[in-house]
Ligand binder design. Structure first.
Ligand code: NAI
Length: 333
């Protein structure tokens, strides 16, 4: 039996987590979900954004899946997500973005996996503001050690999945020391993978390239902020945030979650697309070595999305979260 921590989150989190639990039950998986909560809901209940039982559960189970959590803007706690990623040193944020043939977008055959460094850069949270409130500083931290481990993850993935190239994205022409270091390390790491090309692209050009010809790219290796932005951009290429899963992986603990946020504009309407969370669950199943189950669920999602009658509202269809979940279960075969 695998014990997995489940954090439902808020906004559309509980709705898409319900879908996940129904699918998992229908698949008869040998998984016990341990439910805990973080974020707004936990704060209202326990007076803390991350109660102790969340840490206890993650540390015991080592594997967690999470719905989105709303981040308060401006003051107080920075972000539940960023905090958990840093606390458990979940340094690799891996986000596969793949086209589904019947979803209408200007692009076909997108198959890009973004490897985003998840613990430093401008997200290190080192900020200060002058006493008069007129000057604010945010410090960007890039280290050799942390750049190296994410670069290795990206190249190992490329090797295991027979990808021909890794594209490293920086702004090293302007931020010569910080982005320069990230780029240098990528060049060093690439020397150990002679069969894989290292392509170097600047972030501004990368945005243009991605919205012109995304099928040229296979694996993107980048820093925290650029990775955050590029993965949302990539989601837009294939049909939106409802479709893109993610994993936050460290050496010991892994936390799986969709790329999207809590979507307050559609919360409690029963129309959220659970695909991104279900695909994140597939990544979790791979991680705990239930690979056949992961493939079974992926196949069901692909089959379901071959019929436009099965689309949720974000994809231009009419199915509710519940109806879509039922289709996924039907198509498990
Ligand atoms: P968002 O990703 O929540 O929503 C952006 C747009 O995409 C909205 O129009 C929303 O309706 C749509 N959308 C997102 N997921 C969808 C789904 N599964 N099905 C259908 N439509 C979907 O981004 P936003 O509005 O910028 O952020 C809302 C909150 O979420 C903020 O507090 C933010 O900090 C937080 N957030 C949390 C994340 C996490 O917990 N991992 C990640 C990103 C944002």
């Amino acid at each position: 039996m695998h014990n997995v921590t489940l954090i439902e989150g808020d906004g559309i989190g509980p709705e898409i987590c319900r879908s996940l639990l129904e699918v998992s039950k229908a698949m008869n998986l040998d998984i016990n979900f341990e439910k805990v909560n973080a974020g707004k809901v936990a704060f209202e209940q326990f007076g803390e954004l991350i109660p102790q039982n969340v840490y206890d559960s993650i540390e015991k189970n080592k594997v967690a899946i999470k719905g989105p959590v709303t981040t308060p803007i401006g003051e107080g706690f920075r972000s539940v997500n960023v905090y958990l990623r840093k606390k458990y040193d979940l340094y690799a944020n891996i986000r596969p973005v793949i086209s589904f043939p019947k979803i209408e977008t200007p692009f076909k055959n997108v198959d890009i996996t973004v490897f985003r460094e998840n613990t430093e850069d401008l997200y290190a949270g080192i900020e200060e503001i002058s006493e008069d409130g007129n000057t604010a500083k945010s410090i960007k931290i890039i280290t050799r050690e942390k750049s190296e481990r994410i670069a290795k993850k990206a190249f190992e993935f490329a090797k295991a999945n027979k990808k021909e190239k890794v594209t490293v994205v920086t702004k090293a022409n302007i931020m010569k020391y910080s982005d320069g270091l990230f780029l240098d390390v990528a060049r060093e790491v690439s020397k150990n993978y002679k069969e894989i090309e290292l392509e170097e692209v600047l972030i501004d050009n990368m945005c243009m390239q991605l919205v012109s010809n995304p099928s040229k790219y296979q694996v993107i290796l980048t820093e925290n902020l650029y990775g955050d932005i590029l993965s949302d951009l990539c989601a837009g290429l294939t049909g939106g945030l409802g479709l893109v899963p993610g994993a936050n992986v460290g050496d010991d603990i892994a936390l799986f979650e969709s790329v999207h946020g809590s979507a307050p504009d559609i919360a409690n309407k029963g129309i959220a697309n659970p695909t991104a969370l279900l695909l994140s669950f597939c990544m979790l199943l791979d991680y705990i070595d239930l690979r056949d189950d992961a493939e079974k669920l992926r196949s069901s999602i692909k089959k379901t999305l071959l019929d436009k009658n099965n689309f949720t509202k974000d994809l231009g269809g009419n199915l509710t979260t519940q109806m879509y979940t039922e289709k996924i279960i039907e198509n498990l075969g």
